[in-house]
Design a protein around this ligand. Structure first.
Ligand code: ADP
Ligand code: MG
Length: 379
């Protein structure tokens, strides 16, 4: 525990070969019969920043607390670096949890806060001084070492808390809503700072957040949780581009979802029909479905083209009326109402301002997409 953490920052590919450094095996947690975490299995690689993402009450914190040892799983195993953790009390686990409130000691300086756990472990003064120096360098607070927490900004306090969490060289760092106490602008800066610090320390990290942008910015992989279940595990772009189901598609980003039925199911392509559009939907790859099967079709607003002339394709298009235009600076979102009553959201990058000026409220427009732009969801 007192040894310094590995400086190596393994690439994901290399880390993958080592297999699950942290293995969560069929973990379930019940409170008086209420199932907060339901049969969760995850393999987390060494050096990875892994996010548990989900709405309030989805079981993220409970799972994290099981990892820390504050909660005991009703069933299942937690294995860290080959060692089963279930029976170990929190203080004996090579795991550190950083709390949202940071829990810094107000009467101690930055240095003393960082040194606290090392002193308790009975390290020599020299070893403590060396380690505290390394940590101050890691979080770039050397100049503020003698200050007390109230003399620091929120971001600096967070860096002290992180330095203190990493001082003993834990194998696993746990963060529960780490940015919860920061305002929006500071949040996005601290997200990147935290990632840099965590990556250069080489520690494996599991973080909890309800904020999809935070998970996408910070994590190498995300587990999307709902009602104690893992809905999908993947890299941020995988979850965004290839959502596994309706829940995943709707939770992350903005999406157009329409009900459809599989019409023609071929190995190389699939067509769908939907009451939402007059034209059929054509998808340029096969799926594992059957003709007549009800599905959902998901289209991200930024994949859609919009204009006044009808596109030269027999499918993947719809004609409607611009009902609303929301201006977001970098882009605008057109709300296009179709004759079926359905509405499509279309993102339009405002570098093309010259073109968007041509489109206005109540205009009749065509919307179209390519045959690889949408995703068929079977559940
Ligand atoms: P999240 O962190 O995703 O918001 P939690 O893990 O905190 O969710 O909670 C998941 C569910 O478990 C919630 O419905 C919550 O009320 C319940 N829960 C959490 N801790 C306890 C507890 N100690 N006793 C009873 N129910 C709990
Ligand atoms: Mg929580």
């Amino acid at each position: 525990m007192a040894s310094s953490p590995e400086r190596a920052n393994p690439t994901l590919a290399a880390a993958g070969e080592q297999g699950g450094y942290l293995r969560i095996e069929n973990v379930r947690k019940e409170f008086d019969g209420f199932v907060a975490v339901d049969d969760v299995s995850l393999d987390i690689r060494k050096g990875e920043i892994f996010a548990l993402l989900g709405g309030s009450g989805s079981g993220k914190s409970t799972l994290l607390r099981c990892l820390a040892g504050f909660e005991r799983p009703t069933r299942g195993r937690i294995v860290l670096d080959g060692e089963v953790m279930n029976e170990q009390p929190p203080y004996e686990r090579p795991i550190n949890m950083m709390f949202q409130s940071y829990a810094l000691f107000p009467h101690m300086t930055v240095e003393q806060n960082i040194a606290f756990g090392l002193k308790q472990d009975g390290l020599s003064r020299d070893a403590i001084r060396k380690r505290v120096g390394e940590m101050l360098e890691l979080v770039q607070l050397g100049k503020l070492a003698r200050r007390k927490p109230h003399q620091l900004s929120g971001g600096q306090q967070q860096r002290v808390a992180l330095a203190r969490s990493l001082a003993k060289g834990p194998k696993l760092l746990l963060l529960d809503e780490p940015m919860g106490a920061l305002d929006k602008k500071l949040r996005s800066r601290m997200q990147l700072e935290l990632v840099n610090i965590i990556e250069s320390s080489g520690v494996t990290c599991v973080m909890v957040t309800h904020d999809q942008e935070e998970a996408m910015t910070m994590a190498s992989r995300i587990a999307l949780m709902d009602q104690g279940w893992i809905q999908q595990v993947g890299k941020p772009d995988e979850i965004y581009e290839q959502p596994a189901n309706r829940f995943a598609a709707e939770f992350i980003g903005s999406v157009n979802l329409v009900d459809a039925v599989i019409d023609d199911d071929q190995p190389e392509y699939v067509t769908l029909r939907t009451p939402a559009f007059e034209a059929p939907i054509y998808i340029g790859h096969g799926i594992t479905g059957f003709e007549g099967q009800p599905v959902s079709f998901a289209l991200r607003p930024e994949k859609l083209g919009i204009g006044k002339s009808e596109p030269d394709q027999p499918y993947n298009k719809a004609c409607g009326t611009i009902e609303d235009i929301a201006y977001f600076g970098s882009h605008s979102v057109f709300h296009v109402r179709l004759p079926s009553g359905s509405k499509l959201l279309v993102n339009f990058a405002n570098q093309q301002r010259w073109a968007s000026d041509e489109l206005t409220w109540n205009d009749e427009v065509w919307v179209w997409w390519r045959d690889s732009d949408g995703v068929v969801l079977l559940s």
